[in-house]
Write a protein that binds this ligand. Sequence first.
Ligand code: NDP
Length: 331
Amino acid sequence: PPQPVTVTVTGAGGQIGYSLLFRIASGQLLGRDVPVRLRLLEIPAGRRAAEGTALELQDGAFPLLHGIDVTEDATAAFDGVDIALLVGARPRGPGMERADLLEANGAIFGPQGAAINAGAADDVRVLVVGNPANTNALIASAAAPDVPPERFTAMTRLDHNRAVAQLAAHLHVPVRSVDGVIVWGNHSASQYPDLSHATVDGRPATELVDERWLADEYIPRVAKRGAEIIEVRGSSSAASAASAAIDHVHDWVNGTGDRWTSAGVVSDGSYGVPEGLISSFPVRSAPSGAGDGAWQIVQGLTIDAFSRERIDRSVAELVEEREAVRALGLI
Ligand code: NDP
């Protein structure tokens, strides 16, 4: 039987954690035959909530769950970790400047990156969910010089899933009919959900939707969906964020098959995105054991002027964030 895989979740006492952990324990992250060992990392304020979730996980009697530890110590949390889900982050408080936010998150993701560097499995896979996710991933990666940068990723899968679902709803087709959607850039309002390579039951999406709807409704709707959820639900998206984190890691480990998806990965300069930035791209993954364990950026797609402008705008924001964390000495 397969050996248990060690999965560490930070911010495990929070609302995304509450949804995410049950899906991991039930086998949806890695597969129905893969046992998992959970490590829950929290800060003192979140520790009791994480312990409560751990009790409930025990009550789930999940056959695949081979143990749960709750800790406040990053070194212990990441020792031998195979999959790290970095969910806990410092939210922007009232009157907080961007530099304060980046600095507060640097104090979280720097030490976590260092602990991953010191103790993680050689083939560790890291997904950063906590915002600002792309730049937090960059900070963690910079603190882990012995871990290849390809192992640090940021979540844009929720944006991707929203982009697929909104197109399917608009055209009254099942989600499965939609293929080839891309989210580019930063996981922020500047992100660019791109339909120029998308197909719907094999037909180009651009033949099925009009340009005005695309520019004035679709793109802003996807980019601002988080705010819509907060307005309607009364708190930020949680189960959908957890679901997207499951999708990201599941596809990374098990392979994307004949479709691509979107993920924040380190740029190799593809599509004019400066090397070293963690930006969202169209990506594929080979099943575990078949490749080198890195996401592959889909190459050779044509980028029209409309897309170029939007990709450049979001990437410019990532460049600014990188400059800001550099100035703060965080990378
Ligand atoms: P959530 O579980 O709701 O969110 C956690 C993080 O995910 C936030 O940074 C949030 O960003 C981000 N996120 C990314 N994408 C999305 C999305 N699409 N929708 C919603 N959120 C998204 O936060 P809680 O406050 O409920 O829980 C956070 C927990 O983290 C707390 O228990 C806290 O104690 C803990 N924490 C742990 C740390 C550690 O382990 N070292 C460090 C810091 C905090 P955004 O804020 O922009 O919504």
